[in-house]
Design a protein around this ligand. Structure first.
Ligand SMILES: Nc1ncnc2c1ncn2[C@@H]1O[C@H](COP(=O)(O)OP(=O)(O)OP(=O)(O)O)[C@@H](O)[C@H]1O
Ligand SMILES: [Mg+2]
Length: 262
C-alpha cells in the first residue's frame, strides 16, 4: 500500500494538533496500519505524549531528532525511534527547532527539505501513514511540512477564538497548493468540545457553512483523561481504554481512514 502523509496544522495555538496527531496515530497503529509520527514543534509535545521527559531530552541533546535531520538534509530513517507500541514509530523534536526558519532561509529549494528527507521512506512504502505535527505558525517550516503531505487536517478548538485566524490558515493553504498541487484539505476536526455550552453549536454552524470544507462528523469533547494521559506520556486509549475521548478518537480515526484515498 502507498504511504499516505497527513499534516496536522493550524496557526491557532492549543487547538489540539499534537493531541489529535498522537491519538489518531495510535488508533491507526492499533487498526494494524504501520505508522510514523513526526514532531515538528520545538515545544516537543508530541514527543512527550509518547516518551518520558528523560528520553525526549536525550534525543533533543544527542541529535536524534528532526532538527538534525533537516539541517543535515539527512534521510529520516536514521532518526526513527520505535515507540513501545506495535506498528508505531516516531521522530522526536528538539527545542533547537526554534532556529528552523533561519536555518531554512539560505537553503536551495527550501520548501522541499522535509520532502527530500522523507523521500526514501516513502518510496519504500514501509509505512501506511506518516503523520506530521506542525507548530502553531505559518512560515517556511510549516510550508515544508505541507509540501511533504498528501493531506491537511485542521484541528479547531470549539471556543470563541478557535475560528479567529482560520482565514489565514486557508490563505496559507491556497499558497501551499500552488507549490504542492497534490495536497488536499481532508477536513476540520473539532476538538475540546464542551457540549454543555451553547457556544460549541455556533462553532460547528460556522464551519458547516464554510464552502468546500469537510467537517469531520466525529468531534472530540473536553475530557480530563486527555490531560492525565499526556501527563503519563500515554495515548488516551492506553491510559484509560474506557475514556470517552478514547472512543471519540477511535471514531474520528475511522472517519479519516474512510476519507483517505488509498
Ligand atoms: N479533548 C481534550 N480535552 C481536554 N483537554 C484537551 C483536549 N484536547 C487537547 N487538550 C489540552 O489542550 C491543550 C492544547 O492541546 P494540544 O497541545 O494538542 O494543542 P496544539 O494545537 O498542539 O497546541 P500548540 O499550538 O501549542 O502546538 C493541551 O494542554 C491538551 O492537554
Ligand atoms: Mg502542538
Amino acid at each position: 500500500m502507498k504511504t499516505t502523509t497527513i499534516c496536522f496544522a493550524n496557526n491557532k495555538g492549543g487547538s489540539g494538533k499534537s493531541t489529535t496527531c498522537c491519538n489518531i496515530g495510535y488508533e491507526l497503529s492499533k487498526m494494524g496500519y504501520k505508522v510514523l509520527v513526526l514532531d515538528g514543534d520545538m515545544q516537543m509535545n508530541l514527543s512527550l505524549s509518547l516518551f518520558g521527559e528523560d528520553e525526549v531530552l536525550q534525543s533533543a541533546q544527542n541529535g536524534n531528532n528532526i532538527y538534525t535531520a533537516i539541517t543535515q538534509g539527512d534521510d529520516i530513517e536514521k532518526y526513527i525511534k520505535p515507540t513501545k507500541y506495535e506498528n508505531l514509530d516516531a521522530v522526536l523534536s528538539s527545542s533547537l527547532m526554534s532556529n528552523i526558519e533561519f536555518d531554512l532561509f539560505s537553503k536551495w529549494q527550501r520548501e522541499f527539505i522535509l520532502k527530500n528527507c522523507l523521500n526514501n521512506i516513502k518510496q519504500s512504502n514501509k509505512y501506511d501513514f506518516i503523520l506530521l505535527d506542525a507548530p502553531p505558525t505559518l512560515g517556511g517550516w510549516v510550508m515544508n511540512m505541507l509540501c511533504a503531505s498528501d493531506y491537511l487536517i485542521i484541528p479547531v478548538e470549539a471556543s470563541p477564538w478557535g475560528l479567529f485566524g482560520l482565514a489565514n490558515m486557508f490563505e496559507f493553504f491556497a499558497t501551499v497548493n500552488q507549490i504542492n498541487p497534490e495536497i488536499s484539505l481532508l477536513g476540520i476536526a473539532v476538538t475540546k468540545v464542551d457540549t454543555r455550552k451553547n457556544y460549541f453549536k455556533q462553532t460547528v454552524d460556522a464551519l458547516q457553512n464554510t464552502e468546500g470544507v469537510h467537517l469531520f462528523q466525529n468531534f472530540v469533547r473536553t475530557d480530563s483523561s486527555i490531560e492525565w494521559a499526556q501527563d503519563a506520556s500515554l495515548p488516551v486509549a492506553v491510559y484509560k481504554p474506557s475514556a470517552r475521548s478514547a472512543k471519540e478518537y477511535k471514531a474520528l480515526t475511522e472517519e479519516v481512514v474512510s476519507l483517505v484515498n488509498r
